[in-house]
Design a binder for this molecule. Structure first.
Ligand code: GLN
Length: 204
């Protein structure tokens, strides 16, 4: 059973822990570096990225997180968590820091006022049926480097074609919130990634 932590200084932590637990994972909250050390994989939840990086700094989690992610720990970011994984942010606050790792540029609160929050069915790479995607003051991916796999885009409307789910190596990120959508497939996809990655570690 893989051990998957959920960054818990801010955000919709409980929803992620519930989905992961339902999938049979050893899921727990991460607020301290010792808890991070137990993780085979990590979830960065939705919430507020500007608060997340500040709290991560305050609680001395920022550097350890950035190190583990940089060293290849499988990590799944939703919404604010996607922003935390992005190498570059537009419309961030002054001095906003991210953990980085994904070669993407995200735009915060990208969908604008009128469609601030919305839901819809979106095709997701490799899935037979679309996922129900819930967007809450969501970012989109404005630029993605050559090594980044696009998993989902907005199908229609003014934001048609915008990238809302990506993967690069062991990092997965969605603009939307699968943890509130009663559909475990994206979490399952991530758990499989964690399993594969921990199997490929040398036996100790
Ligand atoms: N707008 C938030 C941010 O910039 C993200 C919103 C969310 O996670 N639902 O961090």
């Amino acid at each position: 059973t893989p051990s998957i932590g959920v960054f818990a200084l801010q955000g919709d932590v409980r929803e992620h822990v519930q989905v992961l637990t339902r999938l049979g994972v050893d899921a727990f909250t991460v607020r301290r570096p010792e808890e991070l050390e137990r993780c085979d994989g990590l979830v960065l939840p939705g919430g507020e990225s500007t608060t997340m990086y500040k709290l991560a700094r305050t609680f001395d989690l920022f550097e350890p997180l950035a190190r583990r992610i940089g060293a290849g720990m499988p990590t799944f970011g939703t919404c604010a968590g996607m922003i935390m994984l992005a190498d570059r942010v537009r419309d961030g606050i002054d001095g906003q820091e991210t953990l980085g790792g994904l070669d993407i540029t995200v735009r915060r609160n990208a969908f604008g006022r009128q469609v601030d929050s919305f839901e819809g069915e979106i095709a997701f790479d490799g899935f037979d049926d679309p996922v129900h995607a819930v967007f809450i003051r969501a970012p989109w991916v404005e630029e993605a480097g050559a090594g980044v796999e696009v998993l989902a885009t907005i199908p229609s409307g003014p934001a048609a074609g915008r990238i809302v789910a990506v993967r690069q190596g062991n990092l997965v990120a969605t603009s939307f919130h699968p943890e509130v959508a009663d559909d475990d497939r994206i979490h399952r996809y991530f758990v499989d990634l964690v399993k594969q990655s921990s199997q490929s570690l040398p036996v100790q």
